[in-house]
Design a protein around this ligand. Structure first.
Ligand code: PHE
Length: 341
């Protein structure tokens, strides 16, 4: 027992400060012939009732010595690497977690790319707008409900300044600056004073398109939108147009695509109709062209606008719009592969 105490004290006092020292430590405590190991062979000389205690203490010492050895070894190696400036380039690195594109950005880019392929160019503009660009130039009557405080966020103290409720304001901005032919696609964030639910949010994203030239027909609009629907949702996708109303287009329509979940047979998503609405569209009203300085006797065109959150929900089959604003990493990570740059 006194030998154990002696070795224990030696172990505690042993300072290791070099690789030679480290080797001495190994010889003294860890090799078969070391004092510590030899203690074990003493066990036969220990009284039987003491043997258990003796064995336990020797083992503890051995473990401690082993642990000290490993720690010092790592420290010495690290110091050697530092001193010699050695970097082991073959060592596996720790993974760095990188961010990824947000699903809404992925979808906005995808929509823009589909239209860029057929000659549209992408433009952007301010989120904070004035009444002219969002409503008046777009032929909204004075008493139109969208102008109401209920739907639009106005800037306090200045009733003319508001958060745009649609990206149609970019149609106006483009036509004011440029004469036809015009072929633009306008992605952006929009704001509406609505209660937040699983299907609606007060902030969302739209992509709007505008095509103005001579003799543009409704048939061209239909074919352009069919091309888009097939690129986005697959070649077998069908479209249908239903008559609708927007102040800035005449005639106006809403477009449905055949439900991409049930393939048109009817399911919960399409409320058993086989169709889901994805966008609004129409031929630009001549009043709008004139408001923006374009000769409506010479030019005509079409416009369309779609909600990105809705498209993303359809494409990725998520059922709650709020997921796109909460930014829970567990949700966002699922879009990593598609959005990685
Ligand atoms: N601006 C409309 C909306 O926000 C969509 C639209 C755009 C409709 C262009 C027709 C033409 O709902």
């Amino acid at each position: 027992m006194s030998n154990i105490d002696k070795i224990k004290a030696e172990l505690e006092q042993f300072g290791i400060d070099s690789l030679e020292n480290l080797e001495q430590f190994r010889l003294k405590f860890l090799t078969k012939k070391s004092e510590l190991q030899e203690l074990l062979s003493e066990i036969k000389n220990v009284a039987p009732e003491e043997r258990k205690n003796f064995g336990q203490q020797v083992n503890e010492l051995k473990q401690k010595a082993q642990q000290m050895y490993e720690e010092f070894k790592t420290k010495m190696e690290f110091q050697a690497v530092k001193a010699n400036n050695i970097i082991d380039a073959t060592r596996p690195s720790t993974a760095i977690s990188t961010g990824s594109m947000h699903p809404i950005s992925i979808m906005m880019n995808e929509v823009c790319e589909i239209f860029e392929k057929i000659g549209f160019s992408t433009v952007s503009g301010p989120d904070v707008e004035d009444d002219w660009h969002v409503f008046t130039a777009l032929n909204f009557p004075e008493e139109h409900p969208a102008r109401d405080m209920q739907d639009t966020f106005f800037v306090e103290l200045h009733p003319d300044i508001l958060l745009r409720t649609h990206t149609s304001s970019l149609q106006v901005r483009t036509m004011e600056k440029q004469q036809p032919p015009i072929r633009v696609i306008c992605p952006g964030r929009v704001f509406r004073n609505e209660a937040i639910t699983s299907r609606a949010h007060c902030i969302f994203h739209q992509v709007e398109g505008l095509y103005i030239a001579e003799n543009v027909s409704f048939a061209e609009m239909k074919q352009t939108l069919l091309y888009f629907a097939r690129q986005m949702f697959g070649e077998e996708t069908k479209i249908r147009l239903r008559p609708s109303y927007f102040p800035f287009t005449e005639p106006s329509a809403e477009m449905d695509i055949s439900c991409n979940i049930c393939g048109g047979k009817g399911c919960a998503l399409c409320k058993h109709t086989g169709w889901v609405e994805i966008l609004g569209c129409g031929m630009v009203d001549p009043n709008v062209l004139e408001n923006c300085g374009i000769d409506s006797t010479k030019y005509s065109g079409f416009a369309f606008g779609l909600g990105i959150e809705r498209m993303t929900m359809l494409k990725y089959r998520t059922n709650d719009i709020r997921l796109y604003f909460e930014n829970d990493v567990r949700f966002l990570q699922q879009f990593k592969a598609a959005g990685d740059l």
